[in-house]
Write a protein that binds this ligand. Structure first.
Ligand SMILES: NC(=O)C1=CN([C@@H]2O[C@H](COP(=O)(O)OP(=O)(O)OC[C@H]3O[C@@H](n4cnc5c(N)ncnc54)[C@H](O)[C@@H]3O)[C@@H](O)[C@H]2O)[C@H](O)CC1
Ligand SMILES: [K+]
Length: 497
């Protein structure tokens, strides 16, 4: 953002114009909140930088709208520099030291303490103020609006630096930041508004930004759709590897999900011991016997099976490692692969053995670790040193493995080895249910079978999975995600329900 600011100012836009535009956006949201609550009394908490500057200008604008506005400042105005100093100088109303301010009788607090310039943990005085503010808000149910990002949240990582404001609304500028999307930062923002303040979109393009909010705009043009002149073989053939007799449900969920995701055919490669239970439970999914690495290699000899999903219910063992290596074995044609659960954990003691396989694979590889699997497999990427974000860690893992890493969680990050990344927002908490990950693996496999590129297939699958849960609503179990995919397809294809 600092670069975007700088480039815009260098292009001739006065920096105060950016601050004024930011403040107009803040004042607009503040007025909406005040009108809704029939409130009049506003307290603006201003910090030592331009975030505070935004606060001073917003205070002036709200006072001009006849609201009763006071400003409490963390830093004495004579300590401010540049635009922040000019903004403070334009404030002629009540100004008091933040440490002495009380919130009694206040209807709305505007948090303009720290924004994207937060560079370290809040000092004790600021933490005390933030904790007092959060307590006041919880006790009185009054509103707090944060300028740009809730103070104390790291705008890049979403980490909380000592303490952080709990906001009802956050007004950010130009683009949403990763700190608004990653946990725990996202939980502090409340309703997030992104305001245009005069920074041109071309600025973003020239900055080569590669991380985006996951949304259909990222992958919709590449979404596979059946052609009138097509047939099931043109829609790809996904192979899903089943676990043993007592561990077959996970792979069946993946197989059914792959079919619903549009694969023309899906085959479940099943150990002989589980053949009957799988065959009796499946109809549209075909079942083939495959025992261990040799049996799987035999089934994979059929190059029409152009995508494979392996891991759900597989079991953590050397045999599982060998089956994964069989699945990723270089061959003349391009086969895509999704590795999940035990296909990842089986390599926990020797991740480099897995990287050799993923790097040598004949087609795109997507790995779908949750936090525990990530920590075990990507230990050297997972270190919390140097305040690195989930986005940084996922990108490191993608570079190390040469595969797309779909790092699951309430803030799922998909990262490609070339640096592209998508961050999922708004995932329903109901997705935390048994089999949810198996279904996601199947959706990825189904899209890969239709020859969607690895990063786009993984991002699209995450979005479809989350959207299905959102459409189904409370009470969701994994099977419901699969059953709701047709509704998501209709939405994406622009067809009426
Ligand atoms: N295009 C935009 O996004 C615009 C953003 N604006 C606002 O400017 C802030 C960023 O301002 P900046 O001066 O860089 O930093 P902050 O105000 O966020 O931080 C204050 C200042 O405080 C120092 N500091 C950093 N960490 C700490 C700490 N833990 N304790 C004490 N002091 C700290 C450091 O020197 C910072 O500079 C952005 O968020 C927007 O609100 C523009 O005004 C409009 C366009
Ligand atoms: K803030």
């Amino acid at each position: 953002m600092a670069r975007a600011d700088r480039m815009t100012i260098d292009s001739g836009v006065p920096s105060m114009d950016l601050m004024e535009s930011a403040a107009v956006a803040i004042a607009r949201v503040a007025s909406r909140v005040l009108q809704r609550m029939s409130g009049r009394r506003v307290l603006v908490l201003c910090g030592p930088g331009n975030n505070g500057g935004d606060g001073y200008v917003a205070a002036r604008l709200l006072r001009a709208q006849r609201y009763k506005v006071r400003v409490a400042s963390l830093a004495p105005p004579d300590r401010l520099r540049g635009d922040a100093a000019r903004a403070a100088a334009s404030w002629t109303g009540t100004l008091l030291p933040a440490q002495e301010c009380d919130f009694h009788g206040v209807d709305l607090v505007i948090d303009a303490l720290f924004g994207t310039g937060l560079a370290r943990d809040l000092d004790p005085a600021a933490q005390t103020l933030v904790n007092r503010l959060n307590q006041w808000r919880r006790e009185t149910k009054q509103s707090v609006i944060s300028v740009d990002i809730p103070s104390g949240v790291d705008g890049t990582t979403g980490a909380i630096r000592g303490a952080a404001v709990e906001a009802d609304e956050t007004v950010t500028f130009f683009r949403v930041k990763t700190g608004h999307l990653l946990l725990p930062g996202r939980t502090r923002c409340g309703r997030l508004t992104c305001a245009h303040i005069g920074i041109r979109s071309t600025t973003l393009e020239s900055m080569g930004v590669k991380a985006f909010v996951n949304a259909p705009e990222l992958w919709l043009p590449h979404l596979p759709r059946p052609r009138v002149d097509g047939h099931k073989y043109t829609r790809g053939h996904a192979l899903v590897v089943s676990g043993g007799a007592s561990f077959t449900g996970a792979a069946r969920l993946s197989a059914s999900a792959a079919l619903r995701a549009g694969a023309g055919l899906v085959t479940l490669a099943s150990p002989t011991e589980a053949l009957a239970v799988n065959a009796s439970a499946l109809t549209s999914v075909m079942v083939r016997p495959a025992d261990g690495p040799v049996g799987l290699a035999h089934v994979l000899a059929d190059e029409r099976k152009n995508a494979i999903a392996i891991g759900p219910g597989l079991g953590v063992s050397e045999a599982s490692c060998q089956q994964v290596e069989a699945a990723l074995k270089p061959q003349a044609y391009r086969r895509a692969a999704v590795l999940d659960a035990d296909a990842l954990t089986s390599f926990e003691s020797d991740p480099f053995r897995l990287w050799r396989a993923t790097r040598g694979a004949p087609g795109p590889v997507v790995m779908t670790p949750h936090a525990g699997e990530f920590a075990r497999l990507f230990a050297e990427c997972d270190g919390n040193h140097a305040n690195r974000s989930k986005l940084d860690k996922a990108r490191d893992a993608a570079r190390v493995s040469g595969a797309v890493v779909l790092y699951k969680g309430p803030d799922t990050v998909v990262a490609a080895p070339d640096g592209r990344a998508s961050i999922q927002t708004g995932a329903s908490p109901w997705l935390a249910t048994a089999g949810s990950g198996d279904v996601l693996t199947g959706i990825v496999a189904g899209l890969l079978a239709q020859r969607m590129e690895g990063f786009l297939a993984a991002s699209c699958a995450v979005w479809m999975h989350a959207r299905a849960a959102e459409q189904f609503g409370p009470g969701l179990i994994a099977d419901d995600i699969i059953a709701t995919l047709p509704q998501v397809w209709r939405e994406l294809c622009g067809e009426s329900a």
